[in-house]
Each structure stands twice: as structure tokens, then as C-alpha cells.
Design a protein around this ligand. Sequence first.
Ligand SMILES: [Zn+2]
Length: 236
Amino acid sequence: MRAKALYLEDSYLKESDANVVSVKDGKYVVLDKTIFYAKGGGQPWDTGKVMKEDETYNVVYVGKFSGEISHEVDRAGLDEGDSVRCVLDWERRYKLMRSHTAAHVFASLLCTGTGALVTGNQLEEDKVRFDFSLEDFNREILQDYIDKANEVLRKDIPVKWYELPREEALKIPGVIKMAEALPPEIPVLRIVEVTGIDRQADGGTHVRNLREVGKIELVKALNKGKHNMRVYFKLS
Ligand SMILES: [Zn+2]
């Protein structure tokens, strides 16, 4: 049985009840449904805690293994069939949501404006890394796009997520931002849409409105060779 990924429907769920489906080696826990984001798509895993009666187990890592979402807890004690209460480290997750939405805005403006493609990206807890296929290494251009992003991030612009049949989704220009990555052969794609700015296939968690993001600032830019520029930015 596949756990229901509650965060895909509601990224603002901070707590939820769940049942333990299986436990491996005492600390790898599969739940019937989960609010914990599993590492993937450039977004880090969530942390938090799982509580059984008055016992607390810290969730230190969440990953997908053979399609199952596995929660690594810091100690043994959870058993198959247990009813538990899950609580996210919301501060960490909310920051990642703000960064993730900011990343879509920045990448969309830069790619649309320069014709660059995204060749890699990774959200980190304190910053966002992007690799772009951009020939012209120029910090001023980047700063310009950071400023443009900040203009947009001040606005009351909704962010929505929904599913579309694969064929329909793939007709959207720029729906696949990564230069080489196509989503796996699945009939329905989850789309994240920043209204009027960006639409892309994405399994991450986002804020509902750009005004929640705040401002971003350039941290550094590195020339990683021909056609490859690495950019780091962070939330201000
Ligand atoms: Zn994304």
C-alpha cells in the first residue's frame, strides 16, 4: 500500500494523525498517510516528530525507497499498527516553501529573459542553488533578475497546484524547466502555477501567494565552465 502524500494536496498541514504500516530495523517507518515531504525534485526532506501516546520519536530523514515514503526516526519503539500523531518542524518547511516558490519565479524570469535553461537546482535550508546554461557570465545580469523577481514577489499573485493529463500538460511552454529531465511516464502530472509568471510540472511544496515569500538576495555566482553558471540566492 502506498502512503498518501498529504503535502501534495495541502502544503500547510502542520500536524496529522497516521497509522504505522511497517517498521524496518526499528527506525524506518512507513505510515498510511504523511505530511512529511520525502527528499526529491531538488527539495530537502521535512523533519519533525512522531508521537505515540507520551513517547516522542524525532523524524531525522524522509526519503522514497521503492516508491514508499520512509521516515527515519531517531530511536526504536514504533510498531506496525500504532496510531501516531505527526508534527512538522514547520519553521524549516515554511522556509523551504518560500524558497521553492521564489526559485520558480527567479528561474522563470531568467529563462524567459535570456533563453537559458536550468541544468540543475537544489534547495538548501539557508539558500537556493541553480545551474543555468548561460554563456555570458555576468553578475549584473543576475542582479537585474533578482531585482525583477523582487518586484514580482511584492505583488498579490496566487500560486496554485493541480493535476493535468500528461498530454495536455506537455503542451504548456516551459512546463519542463530542467534541460534534460522529463517526468517519468505517468499519465497525470502535478502542475504548480504562479499565476501569469510560471507553470511547471513539480512535486514540491509552495506558498499560496507570492507575498508570503518576502525578498530574495544574490549570495554568489560562479562560472562553472562553458555554458554553465552556478547561482546561489537566499531569502532576505
Ligand atoms: Zn519546483
